[in-house]
Design a protein around this ligand. Structure first.
Ligand code: MTE
Length: 301
């Protein structure tokens, strides 16, 4: 059941070097009784999700640390040193510390997740990520009982990130989730795309992906994760509090003050491609609506 967002069966291109896709997990998933019926249903549901080309996913980006044009990240993010890389896990955890990226990778199970990505600017893509569940990383650090939120921070490297010269945002880029959102099985840290290491422009070596929220919540190149009991500040909310809320769940009924969120432009369909309706929680309503039961989603945008 509930396996329809996970494509565990696809085993493409996994012989490339630098690919972390864990075959044991794929086999293990099937053997552990995810169930043939479940897999069948998953395969059917996935058919509707045709991933974008690698080219689209890696040439049309938002990563303002490298410039605000969609082509800037692909041009300039090569300058980012991604190895060695350390993620500091701090705050209300039993085992705080500096975790080397390689050690995290050894401890985590990498899966392929084909997710919709809906930018707040009203364009969208479908991306075949490789990554691990954020919950597994948080459990490795040991979340303490008083923790209620998770704060994230992107690397701050003025000498490698030309965009930091411009005060578009209050750098470094920061984001946050409620703890239950962070622990939800849909929430991953992505480390690959199409079975290859994630390119710098997409947030190497690891970035958050929260598929039911606007893309800006999915913070790139994470260097710090802090467990806290207070709602953390977030970059776009600081820049425009009336336009970008803390939750930022995809919601076709709550428009951005300056444009409609009712529909979106799928990338890859050409300049005159038809817009398609935006789905509540970006199509993941069944999985996540319960997180917001009783909340006014217009007030908590
Ligand atoms: N993370 C950082 N550090 N800086 C950014 O500018 N842009 C966000 C998000 N994460 C951004 C970021 C926005 S607006 C979107 S839509 C997605 O990354 C885009 O991810 P993609 O380029 O992999 O499609």
């Amino acid at each position: 059941m509930a396996n329809r967002w996970i494509n565990r069966l696809r085993d493409r291109d996994v012989t490339d070097e630098g690919v972390y896709l864990n075959r044991r997990q794929i086999m293990g998933g099937a053997a552990a009784g995810i169930g043939l019926a479940g897999l069948g249903q998953g395969a059917a549901a996935q058919e509707a999700l045709t991933p974008n080309d690698y080219e689209d996913i890696t040439q049309y980006n938002n990563y303002y640390e490298f410039g605000t044009d969609k082509g800037d990240p692909a041009k300039y993010a090569g300058a980012l040193t991604t190895s060695p890389w350390t993620v500091t896990i701090a705050g209300m955890v039993d085992r705080p510390g500096d975790y080397a990226f390689e050690d995290i990778m050894k401890a985590m199970t990498i899966e392929e997740r084909i997710y919709r990505l809906r930018c707040v600017e009203a364009w969208s893509m479908v991306v075949p990520w490789n990554g691990f569940e954020l919950a597994d990383l948080l459990n490795m650090a040991g979340v303490q009982s008083g923790a209620k939120y998770v704060a994230f921070e992107t690397a701050y490297r003025p000498e490698e990130m030309p965009g930091l010269r411009f005060p578009v945002l209050d750098w470094p880029y920061v984001e946050g989730l409620r703890l239950d959102e962070a622990m939800h099985p849909l929430t991953i840290m992505a480390t690959g795309i199409y079975g290859k290491d994630i390119p710098n422009q997409n947030g190497a070596p690891l970035r958050l992906v929260v598929p039911w929220k606007y893309g800006f919540k999915s913070i790139k190149s994470v260097v710090r994760i802090t467990l806290t009991d207070k709602q953390p500040p977030t970059s776009w909310n600081k820049a425009g509090p009336r336009e970008y809320g803390f939750y930022s769940n995809v919601n076709p009924e709550v428009n951005h003050p300056r444009w409609s969120q009712a529909d979106e432009r799928p990338i890859g369909g050409g300049l005159f491609a038809r817009r398609v309706p935006t789905l509540m929680f970006n199509g993941y309503e069944e999985e996540v609506a319960h997180l917001y039961e009783g909340m006014d989603l217009t007030a908590n945008f």
